[in-house]
Write a protein that binds this ligand. Sequence first.
Ligand code: GSH
Length: 219
Amino acid sequence: MNATPDLTLWGAGTSRTIRAHWAMHELGLSYKVKPIGPRTGETKTAEYTRLNPRQKIPLLQDGDFCIGESAAIVAYLSRMYSTPERSLIPESTHDYAAWLEWCFFVVAELDSTSLYVMRRHRADALGHIYGVAPEVVAQAAEYFRGQLRHVEVALADGRPFLMGERFSSADILLTTCLDWAIAYGVGICENALPYLERIQRREAYQRAVAANVPVAPLR
Ligand SMILES: N[C@@H](CCC(=O)N[C@@H](CS)C(=O)NCC(=O)O)C(=O)O
């Protein structure tokens, strides 16, 4: 591992960008920030498009290496920069598989299929681009609550974190979706409330919230 990594994170102000900021803070990494925002034109400059043809944030540069997709960035940082004292990823094969399952579940079911669908079709969000569709928004919220049963059942055994006693990057992904759901007025499951409170007390979470300040008003 490089002793002094040269890390630059592009993006601030969204539920996806905070994931990368947070992982950096959990791992105690120093990094530079290019706090570009969505729909500001900043993701569409020639410089940024060369780095990320998808024109999306977040994006991480680690020296010459470049990686996009918030969950992939978090997974990369977890694998590359975890130490015995600060680890965000489990080691044993089965725990790693369970961690992967949580990560894919959160990204596919809670984020892409539910919350982002709501975002695209809410009148106060991206409905002006993708079409305002209250019925779609209501169904996506219902779907989110249904999928959250997986979290409710898992946390019912009193574990502090998704993977048990140790906080991992799966908790980063889930928490950002719980925060997002609350911001959208979607109720979260009972067992997630103390879980969320516990996680929001983490110093790294609070630092990430402070680092993830939007540079322009979001819609
Ligand atoms: N699946 C991607 C989604 C990234 C994404 O959609 N980012 C939005 C902001 S949350 C964006 O960059 N939009 C570009 C723009 O609208 O300018 C991830 O998790 O990183």
